[in-house]
Design a protein around this ligand. Structure first.
Ligand code: GDP
Length: 324
């Protein structure tokens, strides 16, 4: 669980309020040190963060946020690198946020390093930041949203948000993207099962990577089958095949993302950001409830439980009182 309900003093910021306008200006001019320091302050949620967020606000809403998630080994980093290369050919600037909730190494996720190694290091049009481990005030997805805001404010055209794995943490982080891409690959067995339980629910696009390997078509069929029983069948979710290694299918994937992106961008920037904010509120609310229902005894849930037992309150009424 996260720390949303605890009162924790923010860390001391390294950007004094008086330096905020100048820092934002340098960041918007593409100065990497300024971009890095704004990201760090927002990531740490230091006491510089509120002034920075306020100053960034008029500049937000430009970036399209693409989320990539799926089981380890599916080829996410390789595919993200291929996508970065294609987007740079188009002249798009790309921010990358590599999230690895399972990595204990704070600030140095291995995932981000893998992307950094292959994405041209001296390319000013690419900026990579890793988010590792736990311990972020309010959880990982709010931290990811703050970094999205920083990169958006810096003017990146596209932000690629990559998460490792298929657990609830990853799904939570992926939810904050404008378009969610779920990556699978043949031969992952149990992981495909795990994906069915949660990841497929949030996918806007499904990619079966390693299309050069045997079994790719079978995996596509399995996933298409699982999708057909998805609860909300309103829209058809494309299932695409790629090979990140040789580039097959990558242009088609980008075309699909661009088509969906046009639809998403047609929604005004405020509504896209509002969707993220709504999601974070829902997350925080469920954290608060989860904290409260853990507490038994007279100051906790027991009086409400007794009221339900005696018939004076319905479970629904009792639940509403958790928020009083
Ligand atoms: P991640 O854990 O999902 O980020 O996966 P990686 O990108 O690290 O890839 C895992 C392994 O699969 C690496 O050895 C890659 O070289 C390999 N790989 C990635 N994409 C492909 C592909 O399209 N075809 C084949 N054959 N191998 C791939």
């Amino acid at each position: 669980m996260t720390d949303t309900t605890r009162d924790i003093r923010p860390p001391v910021g390294r950007i004094p309020n008086g330096d905020v306008p100048n820092t934002i200006e340098r960041m918007r001019a593409g100065e990497r040190r300024a971009i890095a320091s704004v990201i760090t302050e927002l990531e740490r949620l230091s006491d510089s963060a509120p002034a920075l967020l306020k100053a960034l606000n008029p500049h937000l809403g430009h970036s399209l946020v693409l989320g990539f998630t799926g089981p380890p080994g599916a080829g996410k980093s390789t595919l993200v690198n291929a996508i970065i290369a294609e987007m740079r050919k188009d002249g798009k600037t790309v921010g990358v946020i590599a999230v690895d909730p399972s990595s204990p190494i704070s600030g140095g996720a291995i995932l981000g390093d893998r992307i950094r190694m292959t994405a041209a290091l001296d390319d000013d049009g690419v900026f990579v930041r890793s988010l590792a481990s736990r311990g972020y005030l309010g959880g990982l997805s709010p931290a990811a949203v703050r970094i999205i805001d920083a990169m958006d404010g810096a003017g990146f055209d596209v932000i690629l948000l990559e998460t490792v794995g298929t657990g609830q943490n990853e799904i939570d982080v992926a939810e904050v993207a404008d378009i969610r891409v779920v990556i699978a690959a043949p031969g992952l067995g149990d992981d495909i099962q795990a994906m069915k339980s949660g990841l497929l629910e949030i996918a806007d696009v499904i990619v079966v990577n390693k299309g050069d390997r045997p079994g790719a078509d079978q995996t596509m069929h399995q996933l298409a089958g699982a999708l057909s029983i998805r609860a909300t069948m309103a829209e058809k979710v494309p299932v695409l095949k790629t090979s990140a290694l040789n580039g097959d299918g990558v242009p088609e994937l980008l075309k699909t993302l661009a088509d969906i992106g046009t639809r998403v961008h047609a929604a005004d920037p405020v509504s896209r950001r509002r969707r993220r904010a709504r999601y974070l509120i829902a997350r925080a609310a469920s954290d608060i409830v989860a904290e409260r229902i853990k507490v038994g005894g007279p100051s906790g849930l027991d009086p409400l439980a007794d009221a339900v037992l005696s018939g004076t309150l319905s479970p629904h009424e009792a639940a509403k009182r958790l928020f009083d």
